[in-house]
Design a protein around this ligand. Structure first.
Ligand SMILES: Cc1cc2nc3c(=O)[nH]c(=O)nc-3n(C[C@H](O)[C@H](O)[C@H](O)COP(=O)(O)O)c2cc1C
Length: 506
């Protein structure tokens, strides 16, 4: 077949499975996605997930593997029109389902799932999600870098901060609302950017949008979302719901510029440039899960250099520019009027430099413990940063956000006492979405609101602007060996690290 002038069928006809099956070689490769045939012979060399995964589906239906990780507009955006070969008669196609030995057990576990009302806090969602999520999805969401010391520290750091509550302040009415980057929100947390939402729920990130919309909180849209950027914006349209964009900077700056300008045109209220991921960390659970559904958000060539044994994270990130530096900041400032926030700042020197360069904010974050192991928790960095900013009179020059390990409203309160404008929450909403869909996300957010209202009363603050450093004791925070109260999440829910399995006996 000549691929420059594909012999498309007349509209009324459809390809048969047998005909598609003939295009299954390296030099002539078609795949079926959602009942349509695509000629990917040339494209496969540019596929960010590598060409091997495409060859695995050469001449076959790839929909099941393709769907969770590719936004629906991917083929329209990145595959030339003349490679869209037309409809396939799916009755003639044999769809192969990959045997998953755990699937039957998982279905049983789903039947025994607790009802939503039995989830009383964010950790409960995590415990349920671990039992009911697909293995590869759980591995991708739950994994941290290396020995996962930082991932656990993120959560336990909050246990090292204790309250110094005020008494006899009128706390009859509690106002949790605040502003973040000039947007009014009902409570000072936001849904932070987490990639590949469709791994956990077939509808993907739009579920988080709807939850955030109901509770009037900000959603940060990830570069590597499974839904398209426009789908996520559309889900918020008309509500005035603020959205931000998380940006992985592409080696090809023209692509980055297009993404940024499009986001601004769609009304996005903040550009969060991820600065802690020049290369994605080693997340061994993810790698061990032998993820081979790779290839989200086609942006640039990763080609065959991609080693799929490295797990989902590494396979989808080959386009990220490791040469990104402070020198690029003025360029971003020149292409957008959106506030610019650096996501993943980890020490006071860099916050000061960010102030100097005139960016509007930083997120003190270690990427949920998924990047540099032994990076300190965001909350510890906040406790280091704020006094220095105050001493230099710079505290109002920049908005500070913190994420990582936030699971209780008391964590939010602690961060605000230490000077954060708000906190980002990642995994808990992913788990609520994966286990219970939108009702789960809704309940998770409502639980946080209820917890926060109660705890604001108990600490003696009727509005978030009353939260201040004298209300917390942080002396234990920098002592990484300090004993912390027994941690149910660490002990009962987090997966222990595992060793490589023995080879099966022949
Ligand atoms: C599954 C998953 C995917 C993530 N994807 C991204 C991403 O694409 N870009 C990014 O800047 N941060 C990403 N993060 C990091 C989060 O934005 C955030 O820093 C972190 O999840 C906060 O920690 P928490 O999950 O304990 O709340 C991801 C985190 C998780 C758990």
């Amino acid at each position: 077949m000549n691929h420059d002038t594909p012999d498309k069928l007349p509209k009324s006809q459809k390809w048969s499975g047998e005909e598609i099956g003939k295009h299954s070689t390296d030099s002539d490769c078609w795949v079926i996605i959602h009942g349509r045939a695509y000629d990917v012979t040339e494209f496969k060399a540019e596929h960010p997930g590598g060409s091997k995964i495409i060859m695995k589906f050469a001449g076959k239906d790839a929909t099941e593997t393709y769907d969770p990780i590719h936004p629906p507009d991917t083929l329209d955006k990145y595959l030339a029109r003349d490679k869209h070969m037309g409809e396939v008669n799916m009755e003639t196609v044999e769809v192969e389902h990959e045997a998953d030995p755990d699937e039957e057990d998982r279905k049983e576990r789903i039947k025994r799932m607790p009802i939503l009302e039995q989830c009383y806090n964010l950790m409960d969602f995590e415990a349920v999600a671990r039992r009911v999520m697909k293995k590869t999805a759980w591995a991708y969401y739950s994994s941290g870098a290396d020995d996962e010391i930082t991932m656990r520290e993120n959560h336990s750091a909050y246990h090292k901060i204790w309250f110094r509550p005020r008494i006899l302040h009128d706390v009859e009415t509690i106002d949790l609302s605040t502003t973040m980057l000039d947007s009014k929100v009902d409570i000072p947390f936001y849904v932070t950017a987490t990639a590949l939402g469709k791994l956990g729920n077939p509808e993907g990130e739009v579920i988080l949008t709807r939850g955030a919309r109901k509770h009037n909180v900000v959603q940060m849209i990830p570069t590597l979302a499974s839904c398209s950027f426009d789908e996520i914006c559309d889900a918020a349209e008309g509500s005035g719901q603020p959205q931000w964009l998380q940006l992985y900077v592409n080696k090809d700056r023209a692509i980055t510029e297009r993404i940024v300008k499009h986001a601004e045109a769609r009304g996005v209220k903040g550009l969060f440039i991820t600065v802690d991921a020049p290369q994605l960390g080693r997340r061994e659970k993810d790698m061990r899960s032998k993820f081979d559904d790779v290839g989200s958000n086609v942006q640039d060539t990763g080609g065959d250099n991609v080693d799929r044994s490295q797990g989902a994270a590494r396979a989808i990130s080959s386009f990220i520019d490791p040469s990104l530096s402070w020198k690029d900041v003025p360029w971003f400032q020149s292409i957008t009027k959106m506030p610019i926030i650096l996501k993943g700042v980890q020490r006071v020197e860099d916050v000061l430099q960010a102030v100097e360069m005139g960016v509007q904010g930083v997120v003190l974050s270690n990427h949920g413990g998924r990047q540099l192991d032994f990076a300190r928790s965001g909350i510890e960095v906040l406790a280091e940063v704020m006094p220095v900013l105050r001493e230099k009179g710079l505290q109002d020059r920049i908005e500070l956000y913190v994420d990582g390990g936030v699971r209780r409203a008391t964590d939010i309160i602690k961060a605000l006492c230490l000077g954060a404008k708000g906190v980002g929450i990642g995994r808990p909403f992913l788990y609520a979405m994966s286990a219970y869909g939108l009702p789960g996300v809704d309940r998770a957010m409502q639980l946080l609101k209820d917890e926060m209202t109660m705890n604001m009363r108990l600490i003696g603050a009727s509005s978030v602007d009353q939260l201040e450093p004298s209300m917390v004791n942080t002396r234990g925070l920098s002592m990484h060996s300090t004993a912390v109260p027994s941690d149910t999440l660490g002990l009962n829910v987090y997966d222990p690290l595992v060793n490589p399995p023995e080879k099966a006996r022949l």
